[in-house]
Design a protein around this ligand. Structure first.
Ligand code: SF4
Length: 219
């Protein structure tokens, strides 16, 4: 008879697939200092994400703030690859405490519900907020959701490529201005403004090149 798994054997597969999205229940981890904005990355509305059962990325309908990966890897920042364990186990977020790889029902029950957003974590008087507002107005990903999520980037029209180029440039300009004004680290930039648009485009095979100081995109 096939063995049925009933407990975590610490293989680390879940933690290597990426850090958890944060929920209202996780606010206490931020208030107690177990999690800090530097540990987090914002996934903006419209950014393509892999949902639990999905094979292809889909645009997220709500903003997600999640624990970021290590460097350019997906592996959760708090996963100790040598010990194969969580370095904040006693203070791990809701999704981690619910995840059982042999039965994802508990996790599915909370997925996409009561998500924390940046605005729950940023003080109302924080001077970066006006930059975030302008960034959301001028660099919304929702308008490009279908182009960003499909595996059809080779068929993008010249008009869409021009619009995406404008989006990349505006995104870079706003975040550069904010980083220079407030001396933000890369870690805080990823929390305040999410991943740069050119990084999101790389995922669907669109590369950015700088030619004579001008940004160009190619499939
Ligand atoms: S917080 Fe801990 S349990 Fe959760 S994904 Fe990261 S390493 Fe794994």
């Amino acid at each position: 008879m096939k063995n049925i798994k009933t407990e975590c054997d610490r293989c680390g597969t879940c933690c290597r697939k990426g850090g958890p999205a944060l929920h209202i229940e996780d606010m206490r981890l931020l208030l107690n200092g177990w999690l800090k904005p530097e540990h987090l990355v914002t996934i903006r509305k419209g950014e393509p994400v892999f949902l639990l059962a999905g094979e292809n990325p889909e645009p997220t309908r709500a903003e997600i703030v999640k624990i970021k990966g290590k460097g350019s890897e997906w592996t959760c920042l708090f996963f100790d690859t040598i010990e194969a364990g969580c370095t904040i186990y006693q203070h791990r977020p809701l999704e981690c405490s619910l995840l059982k790889c042999w039965n994802t029902a508990d996790l599915e029950n909370v997925t996409g519900k009561n998500l924390l957003s940046r605005y729950d974590m940023i003080e109302p008087g924080n001077p970066v907020l006006p930059f975030i507002k302008i960034h959301e107005e001028k660099c919304s990903l929702e308008n490009f959701a279908s182009q960003l999520s499909g595996p059809h980037n080779k068929n993008l029209t010249q008009k869409v490529m021009t619009n995406l180029t404008d989006l990349v440039n505006t995104d870079l300009a706003i975040r550069t201005q904010a980083c220079e004004t407030f001396h933000l680290s890369l870690e805080l930039e990823l929390f305040f403004f999410g991943r740069p648009v050119f990084k999101i485009l790389q995922q669907i095979g669109i590369e950015m090149h700088i030619v004579n100081g001008v940004c160009r995109l190619s499939c």
